[in-house]
Design a protein around this ligand. Structure first.
Ligand code: MG
Length: 276
C-alpha cells in the first residue's frame, strides 16, 4: 500500500495511492498522526485523481530529526575514506542526525545555498519509517516496528560537513531532505528488504546499489538505537547510500544549479528534484 500526503481544496490530507488516484483517509491530517493511530485499513472516501492534488512529501515537517547511517555500504565506505579518512570505521555503525524543518517533495526544488557551499552532493537512500515506539527491541523483533519504506536524498554540503567535523550542519541546510514520493508499507516487501536503489544526475547513472548490501541491517540498527533510547513511532531512519556520490569521483562531480537528480527505488518509485 502506498501512503501519500497531499493538499486538496486547501487542506492537508493523507491517503492511499492506487493507480492514478488517491483515496483520502478521513480523520488524519498528517502521516505521523496516521502512523500513531495504527495501520489504515478502510477507504471511506471517493478517490481523487492524483493530477488534481498537490503531492507533498509523505512527512512534510518531521517532528524530530531524521536518524541517518553513514557508510553503510562497503563500496561507499571506500570512496568516503579518501574524503574523510578520520571518521571511517567499520566495527560499529556510524549514526548522525539530520535536521529538516521541511522535507522536499517529489518535483520540489533543492536550494543550492551557493553562499555557504560549493560542494553540493546527493546520496540516494532507502529510509525506514517506524510504526511503533521502540525501546529495548531485539534484532529478531525489529521487523514488527517497521511501518514502511520511502526514498530519501541525503543532500550534503561536503565542505561544510568537513569543516565542522560532524555531519549535522552540512546535511541540515533548508531544503536538504527530499523525501518521497510516498511511503510503501512494509508488507509489500520481503524482510529483510531487497530494494534496488539508483541515482541519476541529468540522466547519467551515478549510483546503483541494493539494500541487500547494507552492512548494518534494520535489526542491528533498531537494536543498537533502542537499547537505551526510545524511538518514537514515525521516526525516519535513513539507511545509508551506495557508492557513486559526487565526492567519490576524481575529480568530484558536485551538483550545480539546474541539475536534475532522480533517486529511484524498486517497489517504491522515483524522487525527482531540481537544484535551484
Ligand atoms: Mg547519507
Amino acid at each position: 500500500m502506498k501512503l501519500a500526503a497531499f493538499i486538496y481544496n486547501g487542506k492537508e490530507r493523507v491517503g492511499i495511492v492506487d493507480g492514478a488516484d488517491v483515496f483520502p483517509l478521513p480523520g488524519f491530517s498528517s502521516m505521523e498522526e496516521l502512523i500513531r493511530a495504527g495501520f489504515p485499513e478502510e477507504r471511506t472516501e471517493a478517490g481523487i485523481p492524483l493530477k488534481n492534488v498537490k503531492l507533498l512529501s509523505p512527512i512534510p515537517r518531521p517532528s524530530q530529526d531524521i536518524i541517518c547511517l553513514g557508510m553503510n555500504f562497503a563500496d561507499h565506505t571506500k570512496e568516503s575514506a579518501r574524503f574523510h579518512p578520520e571518521i571511517v570505521r567499520e566495527d560499529h555503525a556510524v549514526y548522525f542526525s539530520k535536521h529538516a524543518n521541511e522535507t522536499v517533495p517529489d518535483g520540489g526544488i533543492v536550494d543550492s545555498h551557493p553562499d555557504v557551499t560549493s560542494q553540493l552532493d546527493y546520496e540516494a537512500e532507502v529510509a525506514i519509517i517506524l510504526g511503533r515506539d521502540a525501546y529495548r527491541v531485539k534484532k529478531e523483533d525489529a521487523r514488527d516496528y517497521v511501518f514502511g519504506y520511502t526514498i530519501l536524498n541525503d543532500i550534503s554540503a561536503r565542505d561544510v560537513q568537513k569543516r565542522h567535523k560532524q555531519f549535522f550542519l552540512g546535511k541540515s541546510l533548508d531544503g536538504f531532505t527530499p523525501l518521497g514520493p510516498w511511503i510503501v508499507t512494509a508488507d509489500e516487501f520481503p524482510y529483510p528488504p531487497e530494494i534496488g536503489i539508483r541515482c541519476t544526475v541529468n540522466g547519467e547513472l551515478r549510483q546503483n546499489g541494493s539494500t541487500s548490501s547494507w552492512i548494518y541491517g534494520i535489526g542491528d540498527v533498531i537494536e543498537d538505537l533502542s537499547a537505551a533510547m526510545t524511538l518514537k513511532a514515525g521516526t525516519i531512519i535513513s539507511m545509508g547510500t551506495p557508492a557513486g556520490v559526487g565526492m567519490g569521483f576524481q575529480p568530484p562531480k558536485y551538483l550545480k544549479k539546474g541539475d536534475v537528480v532522480v533517486c529511484e527505488a524498486d517497489g517504491i518509485g522515483t524522487l525527482t528534484n531540481t537544484i535551484g
